[in-house]
Design a protein around this ligand. Structure first.
Ligand SMILES: [Zn+2]
Ligand SMILES: [Zn+2]
Length: 254
């Protein structure tokens, strides 16, 4: 078992210290633990969902000072904006990895929309797909978190299938792994979507499993479900093959 998508009290909407997560990972027998706090910005953009910029140094120091019997790696979960590409590159230089994730979309009039827990109109779905694919194409990310979050409160029809296929095709072309997200399952948010991941499995696209834990007790909680879901739909999984650099190998689940 491993987890590369871990939050903590630092994000402002989670709990538990870095050391408490590490202790829980040790108790669970993890082979690798990666921390991935939401990446803050110096102008405190999107500050309601992430740590203050001034806390970055403390977060990084806490992760780097852990002494564990398994590799612990430092990362960030990033909302990609092209104008901030240079900043993300700087962070990637000193961190071990970055995870991409689309949490917001911006309409042409500048309105910012959270993609969680809402039924997006068709025009927003297209924005979701375009911004997710642009982020995946940035070359910054070791994998892409909850690519199926746009399905969180939708019935899976033709439109949803088309968006899913566009994202899956792009992930395949760009060779970027996608994440089967356990927090959506634990919070009953409507993802991971069986329909989305069945399409992935049919195309031979494997998945990273993550708990996306925001509480210490959630660190290992969703893996049994995620693995049984993968096994039922013949979805192959990935696991870390090395941490510096972070690389993956395929494990057959069936
Ligand atoms: Zn996320
Ligand atoms: Zn997350």
């Amino acid at each position: 078992m491993y987890n590369l998508h871990t939050h903590s009290f630092y994000c402002g909407h989670g709990s538990g210290t870095i050391a408490e997560y590490a202790k829980e990972a040790e108790r669970l027998g993890f082979s690798v633990l990666g921390f991935s706090e939401h990446c803050p910005f110096s102008d405190n953009f999107l500050s309601s969902s992430r740590m203050p910029y001034s806390d970055m140094v403390h977060y990084e120091r806490d992760v780097r000072s852990l002494d564990c019997p398994f590799p612990v790696i430092l990362g960030y979960e990033v909302d990609y904006f092209k104008s901030r590409h240079g900043y993300y590159e700087e962070i990637r230089e000193r961190a071990d990895y970055l995870i991409g994730g689309t949490h917001y979309i911006f309409r042409p009039d500048g309105t910012m929309i959270s993609v969680f827990d809402r039924n997006l109109p068709s025009s927003d779905l297209k924005l979701y797909a375009d911004s997710t694919i642009a982020a995946m194409a940035s070359g910054l990310f070791s994998f892409y978190a909850h690519p199926d979050v746009f399905l969180s409160s939708r019935v899976f029809g033709q439109e949803e299938k088309a968006v899913s296929m566009a994202i899956l095709d792009a992930a395949m072309d760009l060779r970027i792994p996608l994440e089967l997200n356990g927090n959506g399952y634990l919070r009953h948010r409507g993802y991971p979507s069986v329909e989305f991941w069945t399409l992935a499995a049919e195309r031979g696209i494997p998945a990273i499993v993550s708990s996306d834990a925001h509480r210490v007790e959630d660190l290992g909680a969703p893996f049994e479900y995620l693995k049984s879901m993968a096994s039922e739909i013949n979805l192959n999984l990935l696991e870390p093959a090395g941490t510096k650099p972070l690389e993956f190998r395929m494990v057959q689940v069936r």
